[in-house]
Design a protein around this ligand. Structure first.
Ligand code: LMR
Length: 334
């Protein structure tokens, strides 16, 4: 076993802190965002419902804010069984070897949550979740966050404004191509390091939905933000498959029901949370918010939609086409 993997495993064990009563099942649920976000709140909601439904047989311990693991480590920890549950962003499945999830990163592929849900809540979503099983994982659900904006220390109106900017992205090849299409320099970095990287100028800008920007205080170290809604950010809730399969059938059934309820909750609050965060950023007066004009939006879309075709061989042309069919997206019509 690699030393880093061993450390990940040991860290998980020492930090668990739980003294188990006989027969008690503990689910350690690690994530990287603040409690006060769509994912943070949905994780707490799942904990409450799961514990109620299993009448004390299951204890869910939620570790928010990269407290336990950062992006890459948390996937390793889940595979090793040091944690039992995660909800990584769909842009972080490439390193796991499941590149198809990067389809969600394609710029402008979804115009709104309704279009997105046709995919995540339908057969395409189900077949995507199945793909993690060969990695020792089991996919339970998709949880929404929202549509991303760009931020930097200058106005980002037209594609030319991004030229030469170092932009922090998640570990997705599609996002790398997205930034290159704008003439920027993509920098993959763990979420927990973004605030400091923006503050110290290691990167010039970034992208995320408002809820992530606001709760990490990114707006305090970025003078400008453009509401571009150019791409989607959401999550797949995963469990360690061995752990899941080892659960008594009645417990698994209750946890499944709890997950269904948590998913309804997550997807209900996501938009409200992001609208609220955008409002809070506006109110803070710390960053100038720009709403793209129609012309600016068309120019950005024109620059970014060619990323779809470029990434076909990585993601699969058929998968991309099947999503176009669900949503009605036409790459030739901007
Ligand atoms: C990011 O790394 O920007 C996001 O994926 C964080 C998250 O989990 O929402």
């Amino acid at each position: 076993m690699k030393l880093s993997k061993l450390l990940v495993l040991l860290l998980g064990m020492t930090l668990s802190g739980a003294t188990l009563a006989a027969g008690e099942i503990v689910i350690k649920f690690s994530h990287v965002v603040a409690v006060d976000t769509p994912k943070g709140k949905a994780a707490e909601y799942f904990k409450k419902v799961a514990e109620e439904k299993t009448h004390g047989k299951v204890k869910v311990e939620v570790y928010p804010n990269s407290q336990l693991y950062k992006d890459k480590e948390e996937m390793e920890a889940l595979q090793l069984g040091a944690v039992q549950m995660l909800a990584p962003s769909l842009a972080k499945f490439g390193p796991l070897g499941v590149k198809e999830f990067e389809v969600f990163d394609l710029p402008y592929i979804f115009d709104n949550y309704e279009e997105l849900h046709k995919v995540t809540q339908g057969p395409i979503g189900q077949s995507l979740l199945k793909k993690v099983e060969s990695k020792g994982l089991y996919g339970l659900a998709f949880w929404d966050n929202g549509f991303k904006s760009f931020s930097a220390n200058k106005f980002l109106k037209m594609p030319a404004d991004y030229r030469g900017l170092k932009m922090r992205i998640q570990s997705s090849k599609v996002l790398e191509e997205e930034i290159r299409a704008l003439g920027g320099l993509p920098q993959v970095m763990a979420f927990s390091e973004v605030y400091q990287a923006l503050q110290t100028g290691v990167v010039d800008g970034t992208e995320n939905p408002p809820s992530n920007m606001y709760t990490q205080k990114m707006h305090e170290v970025q003078s400008h933000m453009s509401v571009t809604d150019h791409g989607y950010l959401g999550y797949a809730v995963l469990v360690n498959k061995k752990f899941w399969d080892s659960l008594p059938a009645d417990v698994r059934k209750s946890l499944d029901e709890a997950m269904k309820e948590a998913t309804v909750f997550a997807n209900k609050i996501a938009k409200e949370e992001n609208d609220h965060s955008l409002e809070q950023i506006r109110k803070s007066g710390k960053t100038q918010i720009h709403q793209l004009t129609k012309e600016e939006r068309i120019a950005l879309k024109k620059a970014l939609v060619p990323v779809h075709q470029k990434m076909e061989s990585r993601i699969g042309a058929d998968l991309i086409k099947s999503i176009y069919k669900e949503t009605g997206f036409d790459p030739n019509q901007l």
